[in-house]
Design a protein around this ligand. Structure first.
Ligand code: ADP
Length: 297
């Protein structure tokens, strides 16, 4: 593997954080309105986020602070807006014509929805992994090199490819077949390739939308181990319908649910946000307890 290192990194988007916790986050509020105590600098702070699809409100009033180098799990019944909210964190909802996001999403002290922010740069810093592994119909190598090229990196990609595959715990399995088509890999390998692809643009956050739901238990365990390894260097927000998974890997958990609006449609919102141990062993809201004990959902 070449060590030319001739890779030009694009400018990061503006980051203005002082690295301290804003005063508004200092106190515990278990309704999700503010961060629990002991969180370091939040990587994201959602302030009154509402998402509409067309004229229908889908998610309302989300106020959550997500910790740096933590894994934050978003759990709750189907249709409560977990994926919709997750997509607010890297402006993926911009790609859905009917979606409209209100409120602020503060990332490193900057509102991601400010007019001067370039969504392509946001997605470079905040990578995403989807439910179904979705490698491009290209070689393993080109799957990884694609993203860095799109965001303007130039030159030899060998080091970028190797580094991303190593971080995703895939290098040893594929180093001798980098030029073969990614579709020849197992499902679990394809998902780790997608994680490597997301890491290749040097993000500091990974968003994962049910990343294991299409995988067998052994591949799932490998991804969970990988998440715990990755959180040393990255912050992770994961949507999962698997409560055991949330309990195993996450530091904090937000429980979402849905209410019926007057007009008859369902609106998702956060019921409770706390340390994962608390959510699963001593939740403050009976709706959370019913959900995590399997009485509802
Ligand atoms: P969850 O991830 O909790 O299952 P979603 O975020 O997928 O929930 O969905 C929340 C609500 O938004 C649901 O009522 C869903 O039908 C609606 N929704 C999600 N995506 C779209 C879309 N692209 N267009 C219109 N409505 C959508």
């Amino acid at each position: 593997m070449s060590r030319s290192g001739d890779v030009t990194q694009p400018e990061p988007i503006k980051a203005t954080t002082s690295g301290t916790v804003p005063a508004s986050l200092a106190d515990v509020a278990r309704d999700g309105s503010e961060a629990p105590k002991q969180m370091g600098a939040p990587i994201f702070e959602a302030r009154d986020v509402n998402v509409h699809y067309g004229d229908k409100l889908a998610v309302r009033d989300v106020r959550l602070a997500m910790g740096e180098h933590e894994i934050t799990a978003l759990i709750g019944p189907s249709g409560c807006g977990k994926s919709t909210f997750l997509r607010c964190l890297n402006r993926m909802n911009d790609l859905i014509p009917s979606a409209k996001v209100d409120g602020e999403v503060i990332y490193h002290g900057q509102d991601l929805y400010a007019s001067e922010v370039d969504p392509v740069q946001v997605r470079k810093h905040v990578g995403m992994v989807f439910q179904k592994p979705n490698p491009f119909p290209k070689s393993i190598y080109d799957n990884i090199a694609f993203g860095p090229r799109v965001v303007g990196m130039k030159g030899n990609m060998d080091d970028v490819v190797e580094s991303a595959l190593r971080r995703a715990a895939l290098w040893d399995e594929v180093k001798d077949r980098l030029k073969t088509n990614a579709f020849g890999m197992s499902g679990g390998q394809q998902q780790r390739l997608c994680i490597a692809r997301a890491l290749a643009t040097s993000p500091d956050v990974l968003l994962m939308d049910e990343p294991c739901s299409a995988l067998d238990p052994i591949s799932t365990a490998r991804i969970e181990d990988l998440m715990l390894e990755l959180k040393k260097d990255y912050s992770i927000v994961i949507v999962t319908h698997n409560m055991q998974q949330a309990a195993r890997v996450s530091d904090r958990t937000a429980f979402f649910t849905v209410d019926l609006a007057d007009e008859g449609h369902r609106i998702g919102h956060v019921v409770e946000f706390d340390q994962t141990d608390t959510i699963f062993s001593n939740p403050s809201d009976s709706r959370t307890e019913d959900y995590v004990t399997g009485k509802f959902g």
